[in-house]
Design a protein around this ligand. Structure first.
Ligand code: CA
Length: 224
């Protein structure tokens, strides 16, 4: 497993690197944001561990630029508790997971392994179902010829449902994938957002896309 670590605190970076190497992973390390972005674009990595506050270019910007260039290497962001940014921003900009500092090393290793397992398939840029198309990178969403404006969060909900289609996505999995595993707010936020998505992609149209599977979750699937 080959990883890129972009972290500007030398002591922390060094201990992460040595710890990951002890787990049998091979780690390239950059201290600076610009160098980190360059390496992330050029190298073949299984995952990228990205600090947010970095000299040169911050982690959010690195992540956004990678996704814009269609580099889909899984990204785990390291966020500081009282950081300038919200964790939600990390997901909106294309990160796959985040870990709040200070974190336990065991958790870091587990999260990296989970990301690499999930991240093996390349993501198609446009997701479709019947007359619905959605491109998560550009946030372009259409039903037939009608353009639909989605917020980042609504887009993330729709993206998760489309990627898993025709499987049913349990509510808690939607919560983990859109709001992150450390989300501590009200889990009913999932229903609220599925409602927002439906209002935009289904209400004005004849056929309904997002189904509720009672007691299980939500599903986008062909009519049976
Ligand atoms: Ca930093």
């Amino acid at each position: 497993m080959r990883l890129l670590l972009v972290e500007d605190e030398p002591t922390l970076a060094d201990s992460i690197r040595r710890g990951l190497e002890a787990e049998g992973m091979s780690v390239d390390h950059e201290l600076d944001g610009q160098d980190g972005l360059w390496r992330a674009r050029e190298g073949e990595y299984d995952a990228i561990v990205l600090d947010i506050m970095l000299p040169g270019l911050n982690g959010y910007e690195i992540c956004r630029q990678l996704r814009e260039d269609e580099v889909w290497t899984p990204v785990l962001m390291l966020t500081a508790k009282d950081g300038e940014y919200d964790e939600a921003d990390a997901f909106d900009l294309g990160a796959d997971d985040y870990l709040r500092k200070p974190f336990s090393f065991v958790v870091l290793v587990a999260r990296i392994r989970a990301l690499v397992r999930r991240g093996l398939t390349a993501r198609p840029s446009t997701l479709t179902h019947a007359d619905l198309t959605f491109d998560p990178a550009s946030m372009r969403c259409q039903r037939g010829d009608t353009s639909i404006e989605l917020t980042q969060r609504e887009g993330a909900v729709l993206e998760t449902l489309l990627r898993r289609s025709p499987n049913v996505v349990p509510k808690h999995e939607l919560l983990d994938s859109v709001w992150g595993m450390d989300f501590e707010g009200d889990p009913n936020i999932v229903e609220v957002y599925v409602g927002y998505v439906r209002r935009k992609i289904d209400r004005p149209f004849e056929t309904k896309t997002v189904k509720t599977v009672r007691g299980l979750g939500y599903q986008i699937a062909a009519a049976t």
